[in-house]
Ligand binder design. Structure first.
Ligand SMILES: C[S@@+](CC[C@H](N)C(=O)[O-])C[C@H]1O[C@@H](n2cnc3c(N)ncnc32)[C@H](O)[C@@H]1O
Length: 282
């Protein structure tokens, strides 16, 4: 018998393996934009060790490897999806980086010794984990005392109003959503970010919002966002014979949101961090 967590992880692997090929898409350039902002936010010192949790195609691992590289710094990057890791490997090779190690690993059960990394970063990954608090405690375990942990997640306004229409409409087309907040909406506010970090035993906690949104050309580019992110998993559940109708209706709504500059895509992102107290026992 598979546990709930095993079933959940299999589904995550299936979804991200399916979107891996299209993930590095101009329409979803907010992933590398956020990764660059995360480097400025964390300010990693050259020569240090970084763990990038839920690395995906390596958007965060790449700029962090560049930042810590001088002086022999290394980035270890993990993900559950072998499809995403395959893309990450290609991206790292393209950038000629030799200080990144990739591993297929579950973010909730890290195969690393305690007090090892100077920094642990996770961009748009925490809200996928069944037990976010347990995961954060595990992340703190592998962090050195004095080391910094930082994560990003979407603010509730992100992708509005297109996402709201998308979610309402998939339900109208018969897709059953999990009860309560799901996906990125499981982390509800900046205060919630602070609370999660505090409960994990971190100090010097910070949480702030940064807008990494931009104008898409049109509704077809928005469809690229739907097709190459976790939203795709919901669309896949629309009955095959109604998929075209769904797309036509949803994109008609999205087209109405355009103005002279194109289609504004809000990607308000929360950046949150904390430090493992010096003297903490793992
Ligand atoms: C939205 S992507 C973000 C990827 C990358 N951090 C970025 O900013 O582009 C989320 C990633 O989390 C990974 N993920 C989800 N659950 C995971 C788990 N339990 N352990 C490791 N990775 C996980 C997925 O496979 C996916 O690659």
């Amino acid at each position: 018998m598979k546990t709930q967590a095993e079933i959940h992880n299999k589904e995550v692997q299936r979804v991200f393996d399916a979107i891996a090929a299209g993930y590095d898409n101009p329409a979803t350039r907010f992933f590398p934009f956020t990764a660059d902002r995360l480097v400025s936010y964390v300010k990693p010192r050259p020569g240090t060790r970084v763990l990038d949790v839920a690395t995906g195609t390596g958007a965060v691992a790449v700029p962090f490897a560049q930042a810590v590289g001088p002086g022999g710094g290394r980035v270890t990057a993990i993900d559950l999806s072998s499809g995403m890791l395959g893309r990450a490997e290609a991206n790292i090779r393209k950038m000629a980086l030799d200080n990144v190690d990739l591993h297929e690993m579950d973010a909730e059960h890290l195969d690393f010794r305690a007090d090892y990394f100077h920094y642990l970063v996770c961009s748009y990954g925490l809200f996928f984990l069944p037990d976010m608090s347990a995961a954060l405690r595990e992340w703190v375990r592998v962090l050195k005392p004095g080391g910094k942990l930082a994560f990003t997640c979407f603010e509730v306004t992100a992708f509005r109003p297109m996402l709201d229409d998308f979610v309402d409409r998939v339900q109208a087309f018969g897709v059953q959503l999990p009860e309560g907040p799901f996906g990125s909406r499981r982390i509800t506010s900046l205060d919630h970010c602070r609370e999660l970090l505090g409960e994990a035993g971190l100090v010097d906690i910070d949480a702030e919002c940064i807008q990494v949104g931009y104008h898409l050309n049109d509704e077809n580019e928005w469809w690229e966002v739907v097709s190459n992110t976790a939203m795709r998993a919901l669309f896949d559940q629309v009955p095959d014979e109604r998929k075209a109708e769904f797309r036509q209706q949803h994109l008609a709504f999205v087209a109405k949101q355009k103005n002279d500059n194109g289609l504004w895509m809000d990607v308000q992102t929360r950046f949150a961090s904390g430090v493992k107290p010096v003297g903490a026992v793992s």
